[in-house]
Design a protein around this ligand. Structure first.
Ligand SMILES: NC(=O)c1ccc[n+]([C@@H]2O[C@H](COP(=O)([O-])OP(=O)(O)OC[C@H]3O[C@@H](n4cnc5c(N)ncnc54)[C@H](OP(=O)(O)O)[C@@H]3O)[C@@H](O)[C@H]2O)c1
Length: 352
């Protein structure tokens, strides 16, 4: 068997996690299956990666249900995720074997992906931060707050999923812009972290029987911007609080991902939009691809100078991924959720 960069060249076997059956309602372990299979051969425009981190994201749950901006997952297919990986083999002109890249791959030890699905990583910060702060979630928070909402000093900005990967950064970026950040999460322990560690001005718990009243009390001047990570009943509760010319940033609808079908639309949405001249806008972080490097530099600088605190929930071993996603859908994560499959390469331990 050939060896490339210390790793056996395919065919060799590795572990992966696939969708065993399509979920209906709440996600359970039976919807996943762990398999040992042969790594497929690589074609002339593909890269062989050894994955170091794989992300856990609500989007994985969404594609198990139906199409999003990606096609619906079929039973037997690998759960998709962002990855941070070491290049094992690449076509001529591609990245050097041994280099560390970001990519779109899945919950598996090795991945064979098109060259177009990977990108180089600048050797700054912690390696895991390239999934969170400097990866898709950090960039989503950055563009959502700065470009979609265009948050201004003195405004009130409400963030749902506020203790999650995107949300904990979005609220801090609103605070850094001079706004009053109000966080909504599913637990008082999470809300305490938002207030004590991240500088949120006030919080509300979506599971509290007095959620709507608590949120209203936290926003005495109304809401100028709602950064919506969850949709559903939380959106319903925020809508009446929006001020004239308010903006709703539609980032995600996590509340719908565990449901068989979308809930009926938020009642009175059109009336609110018209009466208050609201702007409700969806976006994909990929819409801002050309500006990612500038945003990554800004985000890194904010973290380096202590303005931005990064929260991570890193779990070990591929087999922990299904439980991590199940827990996430029940609100069991604080900050960016990621799975570590291998140690950081030594050169990253000294990166800054
Ligand atoms: N537009 C884009 O380009 C883009 C890019 C990246 C991510 N996203 C979206 O951004 C959102 C956040 O992603 P993330 O990775 O940072 O996830 P996350 O917020 O870390 O995790 C999901 C959180 O959603 C909350 N949640 C779960 N079920 C819920 C329900 N039924 N109702 C209300 N809240 C519920 C839970 O928090 P609590 O229990 O604390 O509320 C849970 O921790 C997702 O919808 C994702 O798809 C969009």
């Amino acid at each position: 068997m050939d060896r490339i960069n210390g790793v056996s060249s395919p065919p060799f076997k590795h572990r992966q996690i696939v969708m065993a059956e399509r979920p209906s309602g709440v996600l359970t372990p039976q919807h996943f299956r762990s398999e040992v299979v042969a790594v497929p051969p690589r074609s002339s425009d593909e890269v062989l990666l050894r994955n170091i981190f794989v992300s856990v994201a609500p989007h994985a749950r969404a594609v198990m249900q139906g199409p999003t901006y990606r096609p619906q997952l079929s039973p037997g297919e690998v759960i998709p995720s962002s990855v941070i990986a070491e290049v094992v083999a690449a076509p001529p002109g591609g990245p050097e074997p041994g280099s560390i890249v970001g990519g779109v791959a899945g919950w598996q030890e090795y991945s064979v992906v098109p060259l177009s699905d990977i990108w180089p990583l600048e050797r700054v910060g912690k390696l895991s931060h390239h999934l969170g702060l400097l990866g898709r979630n950090g960039l989503t928070a950055y563009f959502g707050i700065r470009q979609v909402a265009q948050v201004r000093a003195g405004e009130t900005v409400v963030v749902s999923g506020a203790a999650g990967g995107v949300g904990h950064l979005a609220g801090q970026l609103a605070r850094i812009a001079g706004a009053r950040a109000i966080g909504i999460s599913g637990a008082e322990e999470k809300n305490e972290i938002l207030r004590q560690q991240l500088g949120y001005s006030a919080t509300a718990s979506r599971r509290s029987p007095s959620f709507a009243e608590g949120l209203r009390a936290a926003c005495p001047d109304g809401v100028d911007v709602y950064f919506d990570n969850v949709g559903g009943p939380v959106l319903d509760a925020v809508l009446p609080l929006l001020n004239k010319y308010g903006r709703i940033v539609c980032c995600g609808v996590t509340a719908q991902y565990d449901a068989d079908r979308p809930p009926p639309g938020p009642s009175g949405l059109a009336v609110q939009l018209i009466a208050k001249s609201l702007l409700m806008r969806g976006f994909l972080v990929a819409d801002y691809l050309s500006q990612w490097p500038t945003a990554q530099r800004d985000l890194f600088a904010l973290q380096e100078n202590g303005d931005l605190t990064v929260l991570e929930d890193v779990r070990d071993g591929l087999d922990t991924a299904p439980d991590a996603l199940i827990a996430m859908m029940a609100g069991g994560n604080v900050g960016q959720l990621a799975i570590r499959l291998a140690p950081d390469p030594p050169e990253w331990l000294t990166a800054r």
